[in-house]
Write a protein that binds this ligand. Structure first.
Ligand SMILES: Nc1ncnc2c1ncn2[C@@H]1O[C@H](COP(=O)(O)OP(=O)(O)OP(=O)(O)O)[C@@H](O)[C@H]1O
Ligand SMILES: [Mg+2]
Length: 321
């Protein structure tokens, strides 16, 4: 087995500007890995899913077989947020006295619209997939939404861990306070309903915190996780991919390769060849990762044949690595 930097990663994100070829190349990579005998799950986290469209299959929330060794799933942030909020509100209802249930319902109905709810639900779902997917698949390939959104998503487990830490710390203070009050009274009674509720809340928070830490450990491990930057040999995508590369480095995320997609054939007009060469040169000079050029394919780009052709092109660009 070769040692190319994208080979041993168990999680590969594919990210970049809109329309550069994230979905196509994520699927092509999945097929290339499946050809080596791996079991690969392609996960679409883009609300405007086009994974099913590319493979000409209905994908959706389940894990659907797409070809030998490749499965696909589409995470729908709205649906996930709804289920997530429903589950949390059910738990909170169970912890609250009955006369407050209506208030809990009203509160969570509002939460569904709150900023960040979809993202945190998506991170939760991605986290579960990562932890469960490790049992069943050799590699998880994430086809992500256009740029900004994804880098935020990568920061979320850390932010959410800090948030649960804050909640746990304030619970600690509250517990110490009530212990002190009880001490003053000489009150040594058995734990009451409030104590039981508090310890269940603590348990739930600790469980979430553990999950965020596990996900962070996996995403933050450059041996396990890498982020493939996809771009085009045009000016704006080039600039955007350099900015993305910088953001990923700042986050400590490894970039196994930059994929420059839809490079023109040698018989294209000279001005285009020259412009592409300038962009490719700039990317090569500024990133310290392999820069692979994928040719533009002049063929219909949906269905198994299209993914097969793209996987061939990708493998050629990877130089058999
Ligand atoms: N190498 C290629 N040759 C020819 N067409 C390509 C190539 N790569 C991608 N395409 C086409 O370019 C379009 C965009 O590709 P794709 O859907 O994979 O991009 P994306 O980055 O996932 O887009 P979005 O940001 O909308 O999710 C599609 O129509 C696809 O078929
Ligand atoms: Mg896409």
């Amino acid at each position: 087995m070769s040692t190319a930097p994208w080979h041993d990663r168990r999680i590969l994100f594919f990210g970049g500007k809109g329309g550069v070829g994230k979905t196509t190349l994520a699927s092509a990579m999945a097929m290339a890995k499946a050809r080596q005998g791996e079991r690969v799950l392609v996960v679409s986290t883009d609300p405007a899913h086009n994974l099913g469209h590319l493979w000409d299959e209905t994908v959706g929330a389940g894990q659907v077989p797409l070809t030998n060794g490749v499965w696909g799933t589409e995470l729908d942030p709205t649906q996930i947020a709804r289920e997530h909020v429903r589950a949390v509100s059910r738990t909170v209802r169970g912890l609250m006295p009955e006369h407050l249930h209506k208030r809990v319902d009203d509160y969570f109905a509002l939460t569904l619209e709150a900023p960040g709810t979809h993202e945190s639900a998506l991170v939760d779902a991605m986290g579960r997939l990562v932890l469960e997917g490790f049992e069943e698949y050799d590699t998880l390939v994430f086809d992500t939404a256009p740029t900004g959104h994804t880098t935020r998503l990568l920061e979320m487990p850390r932010l959410m861990q800090m948030w649960t830490d804050g909640l746990l710390a304030s619970r600690d203070r509250a517990d110490r306070f009530s212990d002190a009050i009880r001490g003053l009274d000489g009150d040594r009674r058995a734990p009451d309903a409030v104590d039981v509720r508090n310890s269940r809340i603590r348990h739930l928070l600790e469980e979430r915190r553990t999950r965020f830490i596990q996900v962070q450990e996996i995403l933050g491990d450059p041996v396990l996780t890498g982020f493939m930057v996809v771009t085009l040999p045009e000016r704006l995508p080039t600039l955007e991919s350099l900015a993305l590369h910088e953001q990923l480095c700042a986050l400590g995320m490894g970039v196994p390769a930059v994929l420059i997609n839809r490079c023109s054939a040698p018989d294209a007009p000279q001005w285009r060849i020259d412009e592409e060469a300038r962009n490719i040169e700039e990317i090569t000079a500024r990133v310290d990762a392999p820069v692979l050029q994928i040719p533009v394919l002049e063929r219909p780009m949906t269905g198994l044949d299209a993914v097969t052709a793209m996987a061939d092109a990708l493998q050629t660009a990877m130089g058999g690595r």
